[in-house]
Design a protein around this ligand. Structure first.
Ligand code: DAH
Length: 477
């Protein structure tokens, strides 16, 4: 769950770092050592029938590449598929693209969308590279320009698997699913009407809803949410209103069902009216931009990102007479809420005790997932001194290291697969004299399907310790 869209504790920091300008450590050294186990140097990679050269940028592990074929959003009766279909049902007439190939160019994933050359989302700590110019898409927006260029419909929807290096916990998995949508109006087909007028008419035709909407900022703010120079304010006001109403309707569709299913099993749910709020945001490919948050179980949940499509993107895609809106939503997060699924790893389970609980023909369509077992967790700590990246070998006060947390996360996944529930930093300090940094992580081992033996857990933990020394050059404490 993911997407910029996951605002819980520090994951907000990881995910939105992807879009907003912020600092990220790029750590080539660690990556190169990690690569030595994940893919062997310069041997081509095959993803389904496609072959790719590899190079010093390659960091996509075999384990991830082999899951490319799973395409959970297309599996019959899978909760991700059901969630996709619920959202699709809100956009009649939109053309759907559900089988776009996940290996894309860095141009598609970043440049076509206006990501700056030094954007942190491009770093090898955040993104899986097949080679220098080729990545596993990190978001469905990677296909926007191509789908606009095909110019087959005013509205389109793209659902797909997306890939990001990230934390290990119950709401993060390196592969997840997003849905992208866009609606544009072509100024050549307005028959003399103004764009604003046409958009307001189309808005009138959308279903009405009665949710409480908090939207306290002006549509356009000169610094925080600027009007694009190619656009007229009255058009953007209309497009933004259409976008917001369309998305409020999506939220009603999802959260009314979620409320219904939790009511059926929980007695103490009070029936408060659904409440949403619009928050100003930044994406390189929209302006103005927003995130939509929903008040759900006593907290504000960030649900999606959206905005008015950058005209430059449409111009470059050969459709300069079009303008309109786009949004992107993470499907796992929504499915977890809809079906009350507690751990993102469950989506990948092939266990019939999981899969048999969902059906596209069930009545009601959405019901609460019943955990089939809760196997015991076992946590173990790991503490280590970071290797310093300075030539002096780490003895200089204040030196930094080339350690990046995502590399550690990946190493744990590499060794333990899905048997780790979460990995958390529990302590970090710098030695007062040498400046060397020490880290302590807690790894929580738990299988979703069986009880792990002590031997097994100890063995895995020992392998993590060894790998950490070998691949990341740390000194265990
Ligand atoms: N691509 C963004 C993400 O991964 C989501 C997004 C935001 C998509 C704004 C959009 C958009 O189309 O307009 O978080």
């Amino acid at each position: 769950m993911r997407s910029s869209i996951w605002r819980l504790t520090r994951r907000l920091q990881d995910r939105s770092a992807f879009y907003a300008p912020s600092q990220a450590w790029v750590c080539r050294g660690c990556q190169q050592r990690l690569n030595s186990t994940t893919t062997s140097t310069n041997e081509p990679i095959t993803v389904q029938e496609h072959q790719y050269e590899t190079d010093e940028w390659t960091n996509a592990p075999a384990q991830i590449l082999s899951s490319v074929s799973r395409r959970l959003h297309l599996q019959k009766d899978h909760p991700i598929t059901i969630t996709r279909k619920i959202i699709e049902s809100r956009f009649p007439g939109f053309k759907t693209h559900n089988s776009l190939f996940p290996v894309v160019t860095t141009y598609q994933n970043f440049d076509s969308l206006g990501f700056q050359p030094d954007h942190p989302g491009r770093s090898r700590t955040d993104t899986y590279y097949v080679n220098k110019n080729t990545v596993l898409r990190t978001h469905t927006s990677a296909h926007q320009a191509d789908v606009f260029r095909a110019n087959e419909s005013d509205g389109y929807l793209i659902s797909a698997d997306v890939y990001r290096r990230d934390a290990v916990d119950r709401s993060h998995y390196p592969i997840f699913h997003q849905m992208e949508a866009a609606l544009t109006w072509d100024s050549n087909s307005l028959n003399g009407e103004s764009l604003a007028k046409r958009v307001w008419e189309d808005l009138e035709a959308l279903p009405k809803n009665s949710i409480e909407v908090l939207d306290e900022n002006p549509t356009i703010h000169p610094e925080r949410n600027p009007l694009q120079q190619e656009h007229k304010q009255e058009d953007v006001e209309a497009i933004a209103a259409h976008l917001k109403k369309s998305l409020e309707n999506v939220v009603v569709e999802i959260f009314a069902r979620a409320a219904e299913s939790s009511k059926s099993t929980t007695n103490n749910v009070t029936e408060a009216p659904l409440k949403v709020r619009w928050v100003e945001a930044y994406f390189p490919f929209t302006s103005p931009s927003w995130e939509l948050e929903v008040f759900w179980q006593d907290e504000w949940l960030e649900v999606l990102g959206c905005g008015v499509v950058k005209q430059q993107l449409l111009n470059n895609a050969g459709v300069p007479t079009r303008s309109g809106w786009a949004f992107g939503i993470g499907l796992e997060r929504i499915a977890m809420i809809l079906f009350n699924i507690p751990d993102i790893r469950l989506f990948w389970s092939q266990d019939p005790r999981f899969l048999s609980q969902f059906s596209e023909s069930a009545q009601p369509l959405v019901s609460r997932f019943v955990p089939f077992s809760k196997h015991p967790a076992c946590y173990k700590d790991i503490s280590f001194w970071l290797r310093s990246s300075s030539a002096a070998g780490g003895m200089v006060k204040g030196t930094t290291s080339d350690f990046h947390e995502n590399d550690f996360m990946e190493l744990v996944r590499d060794v333990c697969g899905d048997l780790v529930e979460d990995v958390r930093l529990t302590d970090e300090f710098a030695h007062p004299k040498s400046g060397r940094r020490s880290m302590c992580y807690r790894i929580n081992y738990r299988s979703l399907e069986r009880t792990l033996t002590n031997e097994e857990t100890n063995g895995m933990h020992e392998r993590v310790r060894q790998a950490l020394v070998e691949k990341m050059g740390v000194e265990l404490r």
